[in-house]
Design a protein around this ligand. Sequence first.
Ligand SMILES: [Zn+2]
Length: 264
Amino acid sequence: MTGAPDIAAETHEAHDVVPGAVAAGLIVLCDHASNRIPDDYGRLGLPPGDLQRHIAWDIGAAGVARRLAAMLGAPAVLSRFSRLLADPNRGLDDPTLIMRISDGAIIPGNARVDAEERQRRIDRFWRPYDDAVSGLIGRFTQAGVSPALISVHSFTPAWRGVRRPWHAGLLYDPRDPRFSRAVKQALERDPALVVGDNQPYSGGLSGDMMDRQGFKRGLDHALVEVRQDLIDSEAGQQEWAARIAEAVRHAMATARRQLPRAAQ
Ligand SMILES: [Zn+2]
């Protein structure tokens, strides 16, 4: 794979591309990296504090994703807009693409989104982010490399007053569990960790990021969720990036598909 093109840094209103090498064989994704809402959206009518909450983004996930990419020498794509504008981890036909209510909070700026405004948000945020992911995958396959996708998310320590017991979780489509299970098994080599199996929620939502960019393309993929209180500091992000990097290395060594010969 000598001479494979490296991926350059790029910043767009909808996303950041973190540079990395095609030879790394994988791409890190962070769909909910940012709580940014451009000024013309006036915080969607929410009080400032609400934008710091999980409803707007995945707390800690961007720090883990950037460190993970650096440790593995892989490029990454991180969103630069709040999921409250349009959720990149939902398909375009999903009714929760633009949430009106999230974790008990009514989103005033989403109460009356007509077809035109919906399309405007797709064109400005959802589509460029998704295109950046597609473009990066295209760069790999052109170089003869079938990339694995690692998607980093985070979840709240409690839900409706009940504490969540997992430190992390792998969410996957039961039709294609292999790579996710390899990551999970590697994380579980630390007996102190409780790693959810399609917990705290189930993966395999039709049209979500791993479905459209991983499963449907036949790429190895895994979505890792980490509990937010473990990654709300730089030290925690570093620790979890190292854990996930080690687990991903293990999965890539043991659970990779054959590279498609036609692309060599
Ligand atoms: Zn998320």
